[in-house]
Design a protein around this ligand. Structure first.
Ligand code: G1P
Ligand code: ZN
Length: 543
């Protein structure tokens, strides 16, 4: 085994986005690309000498090869130990948990989350810090800085480490512990949820369909839902992780999890449906004949948290990303607890969770989580819901009807315009920013603008300020429009338009959010000139 120091040059564009560095798989597989970024990560975090790291990924194409590179580079830079999921697999929340349980210094997660995989799909690398959460902006900036000054990287020339066998091996002086990816995660879930109550629910004939979308949650869901809680065999569908996710798009929303939607809206539908994404941190909740938006799910979870074993003592506070609907705020107000509004991306919840200011948090993009780890957690959300339903003995539809009657209904939708010309998208946002001050008082599509600003966040814990976090416009009737550019796309720009309106009159509630939001949608186009500037007549994805 020889240690090599390989001369290299900075590679442009290795800038971590909303959630680590994400690029086309073939880009990551190109010469020095992965190695440069890993070395920059080590340099950006002050080296890995003597440190303990966690390593795993969502099993997408190149996951296995990349894991071997990370191990050889960790050993070359003097890491003391790496804890790896068997076959280099770990869901993102399970990795976060392992970092915390084992007091590791950090971890590398190989994933592009919900983006498609395979040689023509996407790949990604994310660094998480010692609290188990995504590296905060200060750290990602140092990593990016390091990518720009890199001159060499260090790597061992060695045989592949056998990651198929559970147990401890070594690479030079570095210890490698291969662990079952599910065991510690499942143990954590058992502390949080009333497994006996959920077991009784299934024993009573309650039926679930969980779509793992051929991604990482298959083994977790099978072990927990079927093998431990007694859901009928076959409750977990698409449960075998595949490197290309079966050519699917592992994003749990009504578009990409259409089969599950058809099941849940079809004849003889199960009582409960759910799905998770590529790396297991997102969730989708569906009842029989009813889709629960992520924003509503978060609000309903907060409202019913005391029925859930690990949260029976109540919530310290809650948090949502700014574009997430304000349904959560209504619940927080009623509970008399704080509701924090953060920029998009899970990293902003870390400080609030660490400081004990928030217990539950979530994003409109199908992410929900709590202080049990420092990532959003798909299967955790499913178990949270199952615990509520087991205790309350109501259907999803009845629970949501009661929720809306109590708190009002926040109609919500996100319109995505994907792979838009980057310059045109940037100009749209820049021009709208210029106009913001002139908007209040003006009417668009029958709605009057009340406020218009660009969101900036002052972290209440460390005082850091994050600017340029989305344009937001509130309008009469509890309506709101938010616009921002995606930080996770890999092709052109993705414009996200978030639309919301509140209805408090139960007699006027309806089930079609696009209809309920028609005026808000028209106002957004009138204000930002979306169709004209993007050349698109309709969004590519509506969630
Ligand atoms: C998207 C979501 C955001 C989420 C992130 C990572 O980021 O909008 O809520 O935290 O993926 O899963 P975006 O592409 O909008 O920057
Ligand atoms: Zn994800």
């Amino acid at each position: 085994m020889t240690l090599h120091s390989i001369a290299t040059q900075p590679i442009e564009g290795q800038k971590p986005g909303t959630s680590g560095l994400r690029k086309k798989t073939r880009v990551f597989m190109g010469p020095h690309y992965l190695e440069n970024y890993i070395q920059a990560t080590w340099n950006g975090i002050g080296g890995v000498q003597g440190k303990t790291l966690v390593l795993g990924g969502d099993g997408r194409h190149f996951n296995d090869r990349a894991a071997q590179v990370v191990l050889r580079m960790a050993a070359a830079s003097g890491a003391a130990k790496v804890i790896v999921g068997q076959n280099a697999l770990l869901s993102t929340p399970a990795a976060s948990n392992l970092i915390r349980q084992r007091n590791a210094d950090g971890g590398i997660i190989l994933s592009a989350s919900h983006n498609p995989g395979g040689p023509d799909g996407d790949f990604g690398v994310k660094y998480n810090v010692s609290n188990g959460g995504p590296a905060p902006e200060g750290v990602t900036e140092r990593i990016f800085g390091a990518t720009k000054t890199l001159t060499e990287y260090h790597i061992f020339d060695a045989q592949d480490v056998d990651l198929g066998r559970i147990g401890t091996t070594a690479l030079d002086k570095m210890q490698i512990e291969v662990v079952n990816p599910v065991t510690d995660y499942q143990a954590l879930m058992e502390t949080l949820f009333d497994f006996d109550a959920i077991r009784a629910l299934f024993a009573g004939g309650f039926r679930i369909s969980f779509d793992a979308m051929h991604a990482i949650t298959g083994p977790y869901a099978t072990a927990i839902l079927e093998d431990t809680l007694g859901a009928a065999p076959g409750s977990v569908v698409n449960g075998i992780p595949l490197p290309d996710f079966g050519q699917g798009h592992p994003d749990p929303n009504p578009i990409w999890a259409k089969d599950l939607m058809d099941t849940m809206f079809g004849p003889d539908a199960p009582d409960f449906g759910a799905a998770s994404d590529g790396d297991g941190d997102r969730n989708m909740i569906v009842g029989r004949g009813i889709y629960v938006t992520p924003s509503d799910s978060l609000a309903a979870m907060a409202a019913n948290a005391t029925h859930v074993k690990g949260y029976a003592g109540g919530l310290a506070g809650v948090a949502r990303s700014m574009p997430t609907s304000r349904a959560l705020d209504q619940v927080a107000e009623r509970l008399g607890i704080a509701c924090y509004e953060t920029p998009t991306g899970w990293k902003f919840f870390g400080n609030l969770l660490d400081a004990g200011l928030a217990t539950l948090c979530g994003e409109e993009s199908a992410g929900t989580g709590s202080d049990h780890v420092r990532e959003k957690d798909g299967l955790w959300a499913v178990l949270f819901w199952l615990n509520i339903l087991a205790k309350r003995q109501v259907s999803v539809a009845d629970l949501m009807a009661e929720h809306w009657a109590t708190y009002g209904r926040n109609y919500y939708s996100r319109h995505d315009y994907e792979a838009v010309d980057s310059a045109a998208a940037q100009k749209l946002v820049d021009d709208l920013r210029q106009q913001l001050a002139t908007l209040p008082g003006r009417d668009f599509a029958g709605l009057t603008v009340e406020t218009a600003d660009e969101f900036a966040y002052d972290d209440p814990v460390d005082g850091s300020r994050s600017e340029g976090q989305g344009l937001r416009i509130t309008l009469s009737g509890g309506a709101r429009i938010v616009l921002r550019l995606s930080g996770t796309g890999t092709e052109g720009a993705t414009l996200r338009v978030y639309l919301e309106r509140v209805e408090t009159d139960p007699t006027r509630m309806q089930d079609n959010p696009q209809q309920a939001l028609a005026a808000v949608i028209a106002a957004a186009d009138a204000i930002a000139g979306i169709a004209e500037r993007t050349g698109r007549t309709a969004p590519d994805v509506i969630t």
